[in-house]
Design a protein around this ligand. Structure first.
Ligand code: FAD
Ligand code: PYC
Length: 416
């Protein structure tokens, strides 16, 4: 891995930035690999990184149809938390938060993890009951979460209005102090650089157009840059997972829908934490550039258009202004969308498929950024060993046949 001294940084700056080394290579695809990972988002790149680092499997290609990090990894609002309800989720998401806590050091790349606290607002008796249940369940699992009164919530986040006359008055909040945000594209770049340094080929502009299966076993992929043989294939393609699995001959229990977000003009630091409100359907934080980062709900129909409906946007801004009337004069700068893959129980699928040596990591829906390191870590184990890591063992595809669901609809509810 290239390291720069203070002198080489000064030299490169003085030579008009012409001599920087690229952070990863742009290799031509080889005819065959031990593992082909489809999708260079954070989860796919992280999987390749841990395959190389922890399992010594370096003959790996990550194939990306666009540019790395250009999918949901580069489009999300970067909220990180592990305050889900069930024991299985506590293990998975808290594994991830623990990895986030050391990720900058692990990758020697600043992913700007900022545990500034994630506060989920309660507006009615139902919210109070649901969030208190989460607080108690989390604590039993060793995951931090605490209950705040409305006044304590206001003290934690001064711009919040707790006016009792509001249409949706704030009556309390659940706070996870270890939750927060990170820099989304830095995560993709850090994993890409770390994987590349260990010999992984990260190949952009290489769309997978077919999956080769012989005798029930995967043998390779067809791509826009030719056929590539592979002993194992790992699909990590978020909103396009169903398309890829159809190529391999089976259907997935997924719906792909647009989810959108927007940012305001930049302003001085005014917003110290992350606030989410399921009831009014909006969430807010402030980026390091000073923009208010605002998230909306999903569109109500299945689509592959990376935009999101205008009426959803309008509803979100109304909701934000109910909670934070102080921002009523603030102008919005830009808006975008991503395609998220939603499972019936709002939990991911991480494991084997009906095709031998073909693995899938998907179904993160509106909430997979927080899981990036944990998901990649356990998925690499699954691909390397052909068996799940104990943490992802419950997240099988066939739970939708057996009925052993992990229903996290309440934990994921802001965006859904
Ligand atoms: P992606 O980053 O989407 O990577 C998949 C890659 O596969 C893409 O780059 C795509 O181009 C590639 N691909 C697809 N098909 C092919 C093919 N045929 N051949 C080759 N490559 C292919 N989660 C949170 O935890 N917190 C949040 O605050 C949050 N906010 C969100 C806000 C928005 C607006 C959106 C859209 C999502 C949000 N999410 C959030 C969800 C989160 O972004 C995703 O769950 C997560 O980033 C998924 O990562 P990934 O690596 O699996 O997918
Ligand atoms: O999962 O915390 C989350 C989230 C917030 C916004 C979108 N997803």
């Amino acid at each position: 891995m290239q390291r720069y001294s203070i002198f080489s940084i000064a030299r490169n700056a003085l030579t008009n930035h012409k001599n920087w080394h690229t952070a990863w290579r742009s290799p031509e695809p080889k005819p065959a690999y031990d593992v082909v990972v489809v999708g260079a988002g954070g989860h796919g790149l992280g999987t390749a990184y841990y395959l190389a680092k922890e399992h010594g499997i370096t003959n790996v290609a990550v194939l990306e149809k666009g540019w790395l990090g250009g999918g949901n990894t580069g489009r999300n609002t970067t909220i990180i938390r592990s305050n889900y309800l069930y024991d299985e989720s506590a293990k998975l998401y808290d594994h991830s938060v623990k990895l986030w806590e050391g990720l900058t050091g692990e990758l020697n790349y600043n992913v700007m993890f900022s545990p500034r606290g994630v506060m989920m607002l309660a507006h009615n008796v139902h919210d109070v009951q649901v969030f208190k249940r989460h607080v108690y369940a989390n604590r039993l699992n060793g995951v931090d979460n605490e209950w705040l009164t409305a006044e304590q919530a206001k003290a934690f986040c001064p711009p919040l209005s707790i006016d009792p006359g509001a249409r949706y008055p704030v009556v309390g909040a659940a706070l996870q102090r270890r939750g927060g945000t990170a820099r989304h594209d830095a995560v993709a770049w850090g994993y890409a650089r770390g994987a590349d340094a260990r010999g992984v080929d990260v190949i952009q502009n290489c769309e997978v157009t077919g999956i080769d299966v012989e005798g029930g076993r995967v043998t390779g992929v067809q791509t826009t840059r030719g056929a590539i043989r592979a002993k194992k294939v790992a699909i990590v393609a978020a909103g396009h997972t169903s398309v890829l699995c159809t190529m391999a001959g089976f259907r997935m229990p997924l719906e792909s829908v647009p989810l959108q977000a927007l940012v305001s003009e930049p302003m001085k630091p005014v917003f110290p934490c992350v606030v989410m409100s399921n009831a009014v359907h909006a969430y807010l934080s402030q980026s390091d550039k000073g923009e208010l980062v605002i998230g909306a709900g999903t569109d109500q129909y299945v689509s592959y258009s990376q935009r999101g409906g205008v009426q959803i946007l309008e509803h979100t801004l109304e909701a934000i202004l109910e909670l934070f009337p102080i921002f009523s004069r603030c102008r919005m700068l830009r808006q975008w969308g991503g395609i998220v893959d939603v499972t019936p129980d709002r939990s991911p699928i991480i494991g084997r498929t009906p095709v031998e040596n073909l693995f899938v990591n998907c179904g993160w829906g509106t909430g997979g950024f927080k899981a990036t390191p944990g998901s990649a870590h356990v998925f690499a184990h699954t691909v390397a060993k052909g068996e799940p890591h104990p943490i992802n063992a419950p997240y099988t595809l066939d739970r939708f046949k057996t009925g052993r669901l992990i229903d996290e609809a309440a934990a994921a509810a802001v965006a859904h």
